[in-house]
Design a protein around this ligand. Structure first.
Ligand code: PLP
Length: 407
């Protein structure tokens, strides 16, 4: 065929498996033998509802989501959840503590990068007059240059409030390439053991937008809310996935009568849960493609398989960055132990060298490697659809680039 697909290392929306796109092509014309295309069929048709049920089941099984947690689908991306999570958990807090003052109602934010910083800023807007946003820890304080997000701070620095309305962290910082380590023994892991009181229903929130479904989620059951946009690892933009513990699905109108901020119905977790995520028209097509991706993941052995592959991919890219650093061609940006599996960032040293790197990569059929506009440099996104062959090709290019620049 004359089909030419480049290796798309972009940060999102990002690559999807060709086999899924080919299947979706057929579904656009005829969804599961209905004679109606997926972009045309009613979201209330029994065929689509069965598809959504299967999709949800696939997430539950592969991520091992316990029965204490609901899986919900919505729209608006991570950005809508920056607001929704504050509104829903402030409502929950109001129901638990009807007389709490705004000063007593704390929202704890762990700031390890551009996205958690943005989430904390939105929380300040939304919670104004109702609660107090606290920065638990700001990773820039522990950075090499005193101003960059390049690390996960030491556990001892995570001083959580006694009974916060929520505790927030971003598992993988897509822009800065910083991620919590999944090995509990690592100093860069999330300090779950510092949450108090241990074993209680702590309102722990995690943004998994850029690391969802790339490997298992540590201590999933200890989270109140986990959310992720689909457009990195599992599908097109337009679908947001929520994993919400039952005690966080609260009647926002009762809370409003007690003085909490009114919550738009479309942002209410209870409205989503009560309607089985079909309160209004969902992003039918995005759900369909993500559902196909999840089916494919199951056939390939689920998260254990993806974890092993993603680990190898990341190790290869970081080894190439390391080699470039030793030869004075690249400079790593993230401190040892805090590197992201999904977004590897580095700088190319020397005048015009970055431009040369990007142009050379593009000439070889590799795109999407330019770092986020706010931080510059190179960013290699290694989401699930990036194959080991594509990584090998990139690493070969990096190695050659190092040789050429040295010469
Ligand atoms: N959180 C993280 C970690 C992200 O990477 C992004 C987008 O890249 C967002 C939130 C915002 O997501 P959205 O564009 O889906 O609103």
């Amino acid at each position: 065929s004359d089909l030419v697909r480049v290796a798309n290392f972009g940060a999102g929306p990002s690559a999807l498996p060709l086999s899924v796109l080919e299947e979706a092509q057929k579904g656009l014309i005829d969804f599961n033998g209905t004679g109606i295309g997926i972009a045309e069929i009613s979201h209330r048709s029994k065929e689509f509802q069965a598809f959504v049920d299967q999709f949800e089941q696939n997430i539950r099984t592969q991520l091992d989501v316990p029965s204490t947690h609901r899986i919900l689908f919505t729209q608006g991306g991570g950005t809508a959840q920056f607001s929704a999570v504050v509104l829903n958990l402030l409502a929950r807090h109001r129901l638990l503590h009807p007389n709490a003052t705004p000063e007593e109602t704390t929202l704890d934010y762990v700031v390890t990068g551009s996205w958690s910083k943005k989430a904390a800023e939105e929380a300040r807007r939304i919670a104004a007059g109702h609660g107090t946003v606290r920065t638990v820890v700001d990773a820039r304080v522990y950075s090499k240059d005193g101003k960059s997000f390049d690390n996960i701070p030491p556990h001892a620095e995570f001083q959580f409030s006694p009974a916060p309305a929520l505790i927030y962290y971003c598992e993988n910082e897509t822009v800065d390439g910083v991620e919590f380590a999944h090995d509990a023994a690592s100093p860069a892991s999330f300090p779950f053991d510092r949450l108090q009181p241990a074993g209680a229903l702590v309102p722990l929130v995690a943004d998994y937008s850029s690391s969802f479904m790339c490997r298992p989620i540590p201590r999933l059951a200890d989270h109140a809310v986990i959310y992720a946009g689909a457009q990195k690892n599992i599908g097109p933009a337009g679908l947001t996935i929520l994993i919400v513990r039952e005690d966080c699905i609260v009647d926002v109108d009762t809370a409003a009568k007690l003085g909490a901020t009114p919550v738009p119905l479309i942002l209410s977790y209870k409205v989503l849960a009560d309607s089985k995520s079909l309160y209004n028209t969902p992003s039918v097509f995005a759900i369909y493609v993500a559902g196909l991706v999840l089916e494919r993941m199951k056939r390939h052995g689920g998260l254990a398989h993806y974890e092993a592959v993603n680990k190898r991919k990341a190790e290869k890219v970081y080894a190439a960055i390391e080699e470039g650093e030793q030869k004075g061609v690249f400079r790593r940006k993230v401190q040892q132990g805090s590197e992201s599996w999904m977004n590897a960032v580095f700088e190319v040293l020397g005048e015009d060298a970055e431009k040369k790197f990007l142009e050379g990569a593009e000439k070889d059929g590799m795109k999407g490697l330019k770092g986020h506009r706010s931080v510059g440099g190179i960013r290699v996104s290694l989401y699930n659809a990036i194959t080991e062959e594509e990584v090998d090709k990139l690493v070969a290019f990096m190695t050659q680039f190092i040789e050429d620049l040295k010469a």
